[in-house]
Design a protein around this ligand. Structure first.
Ligand SMILES: *Cc1c(COP(=O)(O)O)cnc(C)c1O
Length: 442
């Protein structure tokens, strides 16, 4: 069934009402709720290739891709076959299994890590990496950047304090001040701020964590040399450099953002966190890095970390199969599809008089509705959220499911074929005019 723009949404509406009665906001992760754009989230019944089908039978080109993981699109036949075969053998044993070893070997081959430990979510990966960094260095202080998201770890749900080198305050109710009083939050891409806090707090700093290329405030790549600078200043002060590749890993490029940023350079992160693509659509994530650091983890070392479903055989089979299928051709396809979509955005937004900046990190991109390039969170916040909401709903009405927030990357997959790309391109001019109209009567 194809999309019917005149159709109402009785099934999604009814499910959302039921969901809200039993789940806060009707969703199990806040951004799904459409709070930023208004309206009713579509309840998806099935997905295949580049397409989502909702419970009312409407079809949409999927630009969320499960927030990154579905690099190969939905129901890739080889991933489905491998997962089905794994399920037929049993679903969880609480013992070591072969797929875990194979996936770990694949990560070690592709990414700048010597050893890895599996967990079930990106949040667990960053939380565990920070504990390990503190355990390894015997220090307490953690540096992060504003607008970088590392999951809902207490110590990282922090807002900058009153001055640059002052400690952070909780970013949400429920996080005690004692959880953020060892966190420093700095403006992204700001070398001087990093130098200042290392000068003041150097001997106390356990680690600095940064997205390899931020994608959670929209796509805001590091300025040239910034990651290398971070790595070197950490090394100089005996702190660990944690590169969070949960979003970019095996997505921005075959290796992750590292493949773009540092493959031939003489530096590497001490620890790296992974998730999203490496789980192939299942709950799997990991952290890894230098062998001497990783060996401080229990049971080999004293730093405790554990997980009942960590390295689950179904999840690791899905991840392993996805990574094995993620060849150079897959990234070339996604790059080409992204170029087509970005060109159509530029044309239609310009024609509509809608200010915009398109920013990319490898195959990832996002669109800011403002006219200045964005290098940090303050810049990202200049985007016109109201215009984005109009853009979003017009695209949805035309059968294209964008991320329901102005601060997210638009994800494509190797299953986005000419038909899917054309549907996006055809929808953009009307959506751009709808967005521009919100700015005329400001
Ligand atoms: C999604 C994300 C996380 C959190 O992963 P979850 O699996 O949602 O806990 C952490 N870091 C980055 C960069 C992410 O994009």
């Amino acid at each position: 069934m194809s999309y019917d723009p005149s159709g109402s949404l009785p099934a999604s509406e009814a499910l959302f009402a039921r969901a809200k009665a039993v789940t806060p906001g009707g969703v199990n992760s806040p951004v799904r709720a459409f709070n930023a754009v208004g309206g009713t989230p579509r309840f998806i019944r099935s997905a295949k290739g580049a397409w989502l089908t909702d419970v009312d039978g409407n079809e949409y080109v999927d630009l969320i891709c499960s927030w990154g993981p579905m690099l190969l699109g939905h129901q890739h036949p080889e991933v489905m076959a491998a997962v089905s075969a794994a399920i037929a053998r049993g679903t969880s044993y609480g013992t070591p299994t072969e797929p875990e070893v194979e996936l770990a070997e694949e990560l070690v081959r592709r990414a700048p890590v010597e050893e890895v430990r599996f967990v079930s979510s990106g949040t667990e990966a960053t939380m565990s990496a920070i504990r390990l960094a503190r355990g390894f260095t015997g220090r307490d202080v953690v540096i992060k950047f504003a607008g970088n998201y590392h999951g809902h770890v207490d110590s990282l749900l922090a807002s900058a304090g009153s001055g640059l080198a002052t400690f952070a305050v909780p970013g949400t109710p429920g996080v005690p001040a004692s959880s953020t009083e060892l966190t420093l939050v700095l403006p992204y891409n700001d070398r001087a701020a990093v130098e200042a806090v290392f000068a003041e707090h150097g001997p106390r700093i356990a680690c600095l964590i940064t997205e390899a290329s931020p994608g959670n405030m929209g796509v805001v790549p590091p300025l040239p040399g910034f990651n290398r600078f971070l790595s070197e200043i950490c090394t100089r002060h005996g702190a660990l450099f944690i590169s969070d590749e949960v979003m970019t890993g095996f997505r921005a490029s075959r290796e992750g953002y590292w493949g773009i940023d540092g493959l031939h350079e003489e530096w590497r992160p001490d620890l790296v966190t992974f998730g999203k693509v490496m789980g192939g659509g299942f709950p799997a994530a990991a952290f890894g890095g230098r062998a001497d650091v990783m060996r401080r983890l229990s049971p080999e070392g004293p730093v405790y970390q554990a997980g009942t479903l960590s390295g689950n055989p179904i999840a690791t089979t899905a991840g392993l199969t996805t990574l094995r299928l993620a060849t150079d051709e897959v990234y070339a396809h996604i790059t080409h599809a992204a170029e087509q979509v970005k060109a159509a955005i530029a044309d239609s937004f310009t024609a509509a008089g809608l200010p915009h900046v398109i920013q990319s990190a490898g195959t990832m991109f996002s669109v800011f509705l403002d006219d200045a390039p964005v290098t940090d969170f303050d810049g990202a916040k200049r985007t016109d959220e109201r215009a984005y909401a109009a853009l979003f709903h017009s695209m949805l009405d035309q059968g294209v499911y964008l991320p329901p927030s102005a601060y997210e990357a638009w994800f494509l997959s190797s299953a986005h074929d000419d038909k899917a790309i054309q549907q996006i391109i055809d929808a953009l001019p009307t959506a751009a005019r709808a967005a521009a109209a919100t700015q005329e009567n400001k």
